[in-house]
Ligand binder design. Structure first.
Ligand SMILES: N[C@@H](CCC(=O)N[C@@H](CSC=O)C(=O)NCC(=O)O)C(=O)O
Length: 278
């Protein structure tokens, strides 16, 4: 693993790292925030999955989470949103598919299946790497994210009940099988069989698996993608039908940006701290 950059922040340190990934068969980058408490021993870990067009830097620069991670002694991990420079033709052509748009799934359709295995990367390879190189307590981990990454966090938690102590999301794609972003991604990464898509759609997964802790979601009412792409009412209805506890808060006037995310970051951090330290 290669250390690319390091910045002191709130008494701890943000590090940017690169390593060869077996899951993605490509170099991958991620960011980690080590709170001051990490110098004394293992601390709980909180993973953040960013949205379309983001990189491993976006969350560390824009979300303002380090202040709260330092206060509560939480190690933050933010991976890049896809493999890059894989050589797959057209990987950089669209902002909502390919590079920067890995959707946190394991692609099954060629040529993407050779590299686009972000689900395995985020749920298995990255936690193992983090446990090896940083003072992380592997038993205490939680996950959250935004938009494509908010949906990715829901999928990671719902596919692994008990693995994450808590899950939350900012403006997640609520049902990608019914959103243009999701339909484009699933067609490309998974192929034409819509039945196969169900295994990667949180609104489908929650029908079969419920989590022991409530899911927290914040959604801005002035979000430019609310009605076309996000459709939180679909995830809400699926949770209700399945008996999954969900705290869905519609926040008046907020859009899809990191101004919205930063506004509710403290509350999401407190939510996760409560479960990580219970
Ligand atoms: N280029 C797009 C907008 C892309 C965008 O808004 N990306 C969001 C995530 S959207 C869902 O996953 C984001 O987080 N962007 C980074 C940021 O710093 O805001 C367009 O032109 O509409």
């Amino acid at each position: 693993m290669e250390l690319l950059a390091e910045h002191k922040s709130f008494g701890g340190v943000v590090r940017y790292c690169r390593h060869p990934s077996q899951s993605c068969n490509a170099p991958m980058r991620f960011a980690v925030y080590l709170p001051p408490q990490a110098t004394a021993g293992p601390v709980p870990v909180l993973y953040y999955l960013a949205g379309l067009t983001c990189t491993e830097e976006t969350f560390m620069i824009k979300a303002g989470a380090q202040r709260y991670a330092a206060e509560h002694g939480i190690l933050l991990v933010a991976p890049d949103t896809s493999p890059r420079h894989t050589g797959i033709p057209g990987e950089d052509d669209d902002w909502d598919f390919g590079s920067g748009a890995g959707f946190y799934l394991d692609a099954s359709a060629a040529p993407w299946s050779a590299h686009y295995r972000m689900y395995s990367y985020v749920t298995d390879e990255l936690p193992a790497l983090v446990a090896e190189h940083f003072p992380a307590d592997p038993v205490r981990q939680s996950i959250f994210g935004h938009s494509m990454g908010g949906h990715g966090a829901l999928v990671c938690a719902l596919k692994n009940p008990g693995r994450y102590r808590s899950v939350s999301a900012f403006a997640p794609i609520g049902a990608p099988m019914h959103s243009p972003w999701g339909e484009k991604a699933f067609s490309g990464y998974l192929g034409a069989d819509r039945d196969a898509w169900r295994a990667w759609d949180a609104s489908e997964l929650v029908r079969g698996t419920q989590l022991p802790t409530p899911i927290l979601i914040d959604q801005g009412t002035a979000d430019q993608f609310l009605e076309t792409q996000l459709k939180p009412e679909r995830f809400e209805a699926a949770c209700q039908a399945a008996g999954q506890a969900l705290i869905l808060r519609r926040q008046p006037g907020y859009d899809h940006s990191y101004y919205f995310i930063a506004s509710f970051m403290e509350e999401h951090m407190r939510f996760h701290v409560e479960h990580l330290t219970a």
